[in-house]
Design a protein around this ligand. Structure first.
Ligand SMILES: CC(C)(COP(=O)(O)OP(=O)(O)OC[C@H]1O[C@@H](n2cnc3c(N)ncnc32)[C@H](O)[C@@H]1OP(=O)(O)O)[C@@H](O)C(=O)NCCC(=O)NCCS
Length: 165
């Protein structure tokens, strides 16, 4: 299984959208209620790239099987060395090292962009993502209780942080 990591191209949008919409409908990984349209997703990605933030994809036999990105954590100027990232892998291909390749690349890009710290905001029910991030040295620095409400229950947001070398 040869996984390649490369920058996002506009033609990848539909495959990224399929992964995102699957997570919106079936998980608490995303706090959206409604699936996104192609145009909405394309514009979200375009905005990140226009701000010089990376969007990367993992491919298997030229099919997008995962993606990762980061962008500003908060909008005030003093936050400019801090980014919030996300990594998603096609459900059928999780646990095969694809997320690891994506997050390694994001960390590398963040270091090259001279950023100082990366933040993951993870739903407390998403234990696999919490353990995944711990493998990279991310530490839980806070939990905002009952900050989300989806599927008729309160959700808690776990903030995990990596200070870059
Ligand atoms: C979280 C996610 C990105 C991990 O990607 P993945 O391809 O499944 O993970 P990998 O196979 O690359 O695993 C990398 C490491 O994390 C660990 N890990 C991954 N899933 C895990 C799980 N369910 N439980 C414990 N550890 C886990 C692996 O053991 C592995 O460690 P190793 O290198 O020592 O073997 C993926 O499961 C996913 O897309 N989840 C749904 C969306 C999501 O929650 N995204 C995160 C939002 S920020």
């Amino acid at each position: 299984m040869e996984i390649k990591i490369r920058p996002y191209k506009i033609d990848d949008t539909q495959e990224i959208l399929a992964i995102i919409n699957h997570n919106i409908l079936h998980s608490t990984a995303l706090y959206d209620y409604n699936i996104r349209s192609y145009e909405q997703q394309k514009n979200i990605l375009k905005e990140k790239i226009n701000k010089n933030f990376p969007v990367i994809v993992a491919t298997l036999d030229d099919k997008v099987v995962g993606f990762g990105m980061y962008s500003e954590f908060r909008f005030r100027e003093a936050y400019k060395f801090t980014v919030e990232h996300s990594v998603y892998v096609n459900e059928d291909l999780q646990g095969k090292g694809i997320g690891k390749l994506l997050l390694e690349e994001l960390i590398d890009l963040a270091q090259k962009q001279k950023l100082h710290t990366m933040i993951a905001v993870i739903d407390a029910e998403n234990q696999s993502s919490i353990e995944f991030h711990e493998k990279f040295g991310f530490k839980t620095v806070g939990i905002i209780k009952e900050s989300g409400y989806k599927f008729d229950r309160w959700l808690h947001s776990v903030f995990m942080q990596l200070i870059l070398e």
